[in-house]
Structures are given as C-alpha cells and as structure tokens.
Ligand binder design. Structure first.
Ligand SMILES: Cc1cc2nc3c(=O)[nH]c(=O)nc-3n(C[C@H](O)[C@H](O)[C@H](O)COP(=O)(O)OP(=O)(O)OC[C@H]3O[C@@H](n4cnc5c(N)ncnc54)[C@H](O)[C@@H]3O)c2cc1C
Length: 385
C-alpha cells in the first residue's frame, strides 16, 4: 500500500520513532489540550527538525523531499506534526534572506533545538487572506523599531523562543504597490512576553496551540530585521512553495492513515453475516479515496523534485497543496463513513484525525486563494481581487 519509494531509510526511522507515540498519547494531548512535548523532544533529538538546515550551520542538509518524507510518515503513523513543523521550515527566511551574521548566530542553535523558531506572525484579524493590508506597524525611534498591533492564529507562540514577524514599516499611502513597505523581523520573545507582548491562546476544534498576539510598543533591535527594509512581503512569499509542499506531505500521510484504518475495519466488521467491506457501497469509496491519494501524491513528488532541482515550482506547489488537502479530506470522510457510529467514538481515534485533517483546506492558505493563484498566474485569467 505504501507507494512512496523515496527516502526509505528516513521513513523507516520516523516510523520507529513514532511507534513510541501511539494513538492514546495523541488522544490524551488532544483531550487535555496539551503540547506534545515528549514527541517534539524526540524529533528534535533525532535531528529531524533540522533536516533542511545546511550542514555548515549544524543541520542535516537534507532535501525538501526528505523533509516531506519525515512529515508524511509522522502523519501516516497517526501523529500530528502541526506541533513543530514550523521549526523545520520557518528558518528558510533567515537562510535565504538573512545576513551571514544572522545565519551564524541563529541557525546552529535552531538546528540543535536550543532555540525554537516555530512562530510565524502574518495573519491579522482585520486583513485575513489579504496580507498586504495588514495593520501592525514597526516605527523606528532612532534606536529600535517599535511594534504596535495585533496578530491572530500565530501558532505555537507559547512554545517558541523566536517569532518571525511581518509588519508595516512604511504606510500604505506612501507606497506604489500595497505589497511594498512591509518588513520581516526576527523577534526574540523571551523577555518581552507579559510586558510589550501578550500571548492569548485560542481554543480550537483540534489541539493546535494557536494564539493571538498583542504588541504594545514592543521594541525590536534593527539588527533583527531580515533582509532589506520594506521588502518583507517578497521574503515571505519566497518561503511559501516549501511550506505548501511540506503541508501537502502531511495531508498525504493523513490520507494513508485514514485509508489503512478504513481498509482494516471494512475487513473486520461483520454486519449481515459478512464483512462490510464485501459491499461495493463500502469498498468503492475506499478505492476512490485511494486513487485520489495516489494521484495527489504524484503531484507532491513532482513539486518536491522540482524544488530540489532549484526550480521555483509555484504551480506544482499550489497544485500539490490543493490536491493533497482534498485527498486527505476525501479519505477522512470515507473512513468516518466506513466506521459508522464507531467513527464518532473517541476510542477509535478517527474523530480526532478527522478534526485535524480539516484544517488544511483553510491554512496555511485557503483553497480559494490557491484557485485564484492558478487562475491568474497559470491560466492567465484576470485577477479577481
Ligand atoms: C489552526 C490555525 C493555525 C494557523 N496558523 C497560522 C500561523 O501560525 N501564522 C499565521 O500567520 N497564520 C496562521 N493561520 C491563519 C491562516 O493562514 C488563515 O486562517 C488563512 O490564510 C485564511 O485567512 P482567514 O482565516 O483570515 O480567512 P479570510 O481571509 O477571512 O477568508 C474567509 C473565507 O473567504 C474566502 N475568501 C477570502 N477572500 C476571497 C477571494 N478574494 N476570493 C475567493 N474567496 C475568498 C477564503 O478562501 C476563506 O474561505 C492559522 C489558521 C488556523 C485556523
């Protein structure tokens, strides 16, 4: 059933690591809204979260397709990498656009896990998907940038030392394009929390450690700006292909988990004196979910391969995210239906995964926004917004 032929050694190691964290571990974290600390520590110690950091900076220097294999296997095992996936890829902004000084200061510590960079503050309550109209400002007072404003859905802020923050450094009225005048800062939150930075957890339908952030005259030293002033939107965009490919891999892992679970149950559950899986009404949806997963998986592999060849696969990364999130949701729905009433019981763990899998059609980018990208940038249709 597992058709993935890449990175078998990594897949094998991750699968062994994940076997220490069974469904009761994830259910307990979910029920108690608890951060899966032991799991994140094990992944960090194994060096898996530093997969994409070059060896020169203390990481494993692996390809994006290897990173994708790690995340896919976690989800295929029943786990959830949402607690820490950003530690793998948020550092890409520093790696690609940071100064040599910033890279040598931060990357080795991020690689070892001494510093956690897994919070990414872009979305705001009033701007939503329209990132360029965000309202958080950073004004230079001659010594520091002073940040004021608010973010929403900043995940893992309570479990991170550093925050990658996008803020407006030039008013929207003074720029030619709305995407100009935004800058990226690497904020060391230690020492700021409870003073000029307030973190407020948001309770959600799944265990995701997401928060709201409030900045009140929060000082950030100029040396913590990444790249050039007013060019931050471009830097954030440049990391999106990698993020979309990695999230797509998590979706494929989820799809595989749901399909395996449904397949097993359909063979074991006897109703009307025969396994439910003998009925075509039960087996066809599973076969359909499998076929959708396989097709989406091909797009994922292609996107990751192109990325690893140094190309800029905007089309393929977006297609992979779209198709893989739809494949995982189709598999989730099929698994739920195959289990009948028992799908709703916590004990079987289907309902937890079902709640978790739904996120990826909304975050980190919603399906509509991907379709808009494809319509405008691939199909050359007029921009809709
Ligand atoms: C659990 C969770 C974790 C998250 N983690 C982070 C994080 O760590 N950092 C971060 O910065 N953000 C994070 N996000 C935010 C996430 O990226 C946004 O929720 C997502 O981009 C959608 O934005 P929105 O929620 O403001 O929806 P809105 O922009 O308000 O959109 C609402 C709906 O309208 C649709 N829509 C809006 N405009 C258009 C249009 N022009 N055409 C067609 N449809 C349109 C959207 O597709 C969506 O379905 C997270 C979100 C969640 C739920």
């Amino acid at each position: 059933m597992d058709t993935a032929k890449y990175h078998l050694d990594i897949r094998d190691a991750i699968s062994k690591l994940c076997s220490q964290f069974d469904s009761s571990y994830w259910q307990t974290c979910d029920r108690e809204n608890k951060y899966p600390k032991a799991f994140v520590t094990a992944l960090t110690k194994g060096g898996y979260l530093s997969a994409l950091i070059p060896k020169k900076y203390g990481g494993s220097g692996l390809s994006l397709s290897a990173g994708a294999a790690i995340l896919e296997e976690i989800h295929k095992s029943g786990g959830n990498a949402g607690a820490c996936h950003a530690q793998m890829y948020t550092m890409g902004t520093i790696l690609r656009h940071g100064s040599e000084e910033q890279k040598s200061k931060y990357l080795p510590k991020i690689a070892s896990g001494e510093l956690r960079l897994q919070a990414f503050g872009v979305t705001e309550p009033s701007s939503g998907s329209d990132t360029s109209s965000l309202n958080t400002t950073a004004k230079f007072d001659g010594k520091n940038y002073i940040v004021n404003g608010q973010k929403v859905w900043t995940s893992r802020a309570e479990h991170s030392d550093l925050l990658l923050l996008l803020a407006r450094t030039r008013p929207i009225t003074e720029v030619k394009k709305r995407t100009e005048g935004l800058s990226v800062f690497l904020v060391d939150m230690r020492g700021l929390v409870g003073k000029s930075l307030t973190i407020k957890p948001i309770r959600t339908m799944m265990n995701h450690s997401t928060t709201e952030l409030f900045f009140e005259n929060m000082p950030v030293a100029p040396e913590n700006m990444i790249g050039e002033i007013d060019s931050g939107f471009r830097y954030v965009l440049s990391g999106m292909n990698a993020e979309r490919i990695l999230i797509a891999a998590e979706c494929i892992g989820d799809a595989k988990w749901f399909i395996k679970k449904a397949q097993k149950y359909a063979k074991e559950r006897i109703v009307f004196d025969r396994p439910i899986g003998q009925n075509q009404g039960v087996q066809f949806p599973i076969a359909k979910a499998y076929s959708k997963m396989r097709a989406a998986e091909l797009m994922l592999r292609q996107a990751a391969d192109l990325f690893d060849q140094g190309k800029n696969p905007g089309e393929e990364a977006n297609l992979a995210k779209l198709l893989c999130s739809e494949a995982s949701w189709k598999a989730a729905e099929t698994c739920m239906q195959t289990f009948g009433g028992f799908g709703f019981a916590e004990e079987y763990d289907v309902e937890r995964k079902f709640r978790e899998a739904r996120l990826y059609q909304v975050a980190p980018v919603s399906t509509n926004l991907i379709l808009s990208y494809l319509a405008e940038h691939v199909l050359d249709l007029p921009r809709s917004y």
